[in-house]
Design a binder for this molecule. Structure first.
Ligand code: AMP
Length: 329
């Protein structure tokens, strides 16, 4: 077991799709075997854009259920809800005291959000990077898996960590690094020819989808009229089908259809039927677990409480040091 600490935040926005699974979840499952991991659902963050989140607790519950169903293990990792760990807010306050208006205003994602919601440029939006820094620094995490869009916020976190260490002449906070998953991370395409699979793209196949819905979605996938020259390159829409096939099907199945394509004998109807059945075979056990876990309210309550306890233990140890260093009794 590696001694370093990994932390990842999850936005409570809707159900998980195949892109989330192959792009992120598979890596989380590996990380929890190798590192001390903290995975948290970022419900406070969502208030920066949605001040009256009607279904916040339902969204949080849904995400928690799906993460557990995919195999995140409460024995191995701390899985918790951000708002259950109040220590984070106190650290957020201290970090805000040494975060400056100018640097916060220059953050690209702040400027973008300010443009998108000109009637709600709130202080939470401005101090999003300090809350993110508090999430990370409260556990003194070393590695944070983030997408490119979060890189600037990670830079801010490192800056706040350095600044705290300098002002208070301490080495309390390690500078966390942005962690890119080693090896090739699969980018799962949508089946509508529009690029990436995503919630907002409306082209996602969800882990919770019923078999008949998966069949419908796959059969509607965009294709072309088929190759006429043997061994020709696949156009993007066809490559997309094969990318998903590679993720969910056996090597034999992949090779079978790939050979058919190369021999100009492919029938896309057959390929889609097989792809749909293989997606169903892949998602069905997860879907059943989602339904089982959802039905077990006591278990969910226990998981959330245990996760919060683990996270608070680590968080309060850091906060105790922080208070001492700043000079509180
Ligand atoms: P989102 O729910 O869109 O914020 O996605 C959460 C995470 O899932 C992202 O940070 C990516 O790591 C991963 N992800 C989302 N969509 C895809 C996709 N189509 N292919 C691969 N990874 C994805």
């Amino acid at each position: 077991m590696n001694k370093e600490i990994v932390l990842s935040g999850i936005r409570p926005t809707g159900n998980l799709h195949l892109g989330n699974y192959f792009g992120a979840m598979k890596n989380f499952l590996r990380l929890q075997e190798e590192y001390k991991c903290f995975f948290f659902i970022a419900d406070w963050h969502s208030l920066t854009t949605h001040p009256r989140p009607g279904d916040l607790s339902e969204n949080v519950r849904k995400i928690l259920v799906e993460y557990l169903a995919c195999g995140l293990d409460t024995e191995k990792a701390a899985i918790y809800v951000q708002s259950d760990v109040k220590e984070v807010i106190e650290l957020y306050l201290y970090l805000n005291m040494n975060a400056y208006l100018g640097e916060l205003q220059r953050v690209t994602s702040f400027k973008e959000k300010a443009r998108q919601q000109p009637d709600n440029i709130n202080a939470g939006l401005l101090t999003y990077p300090t809350l993110m820094a508090a999430d990370i620094l409260i556990h003194r995490a070393n590695k944070v898996p983030v997408g490119k869009d979060q890189e600037q916020n990670m830079e801010m976190t490192r800056k706040f960590a350095r600044r705290f260490n300098t002002i208070y002449e301490t080495d309390l906070f390690p500078e966390p690094e942005s962690y890119t998953f080693p090896g090739e991370t699969v980018k799962v395409p949508g089946l509508d020819g529009s690029g990436k699979m995503g919630k907002s793209e409306g082209n996602a196949i969800y882990l919770i989808d019923e078999p008949q819905d998966i069949r419908k979605k796959v059969m509607k996938a965009v294709t072309d009229s088929g190759p006429t020259v043997p061994n020709s390159d696949k156009p993007e829409v066809i490559e997309n089908l094969f990318t998903i096939l590679r993720a969910v099907s056996s090597q034999d199945t992949y090779t079978y259809f790939n050979d058919k394509y190369n021999a100009c004998e492919i029938r896309y109807g057959d390929l889609k039927k097989q792809l749909a059945e293989d997606i169903i075979a892949f998602t069905s056990p997860i879907r059943e677990k989602i339904l089982d876990i959802s039905a077990n309210k006591d278990y969910m309550t226990k998981v959330a409480a245990e996760g919060a306890e683990k996270a608070r233990e680590s968080a309060s140890a850091t906060l105790k040091e922080v208070r001492k260093i700043i000079g509180f009794r």
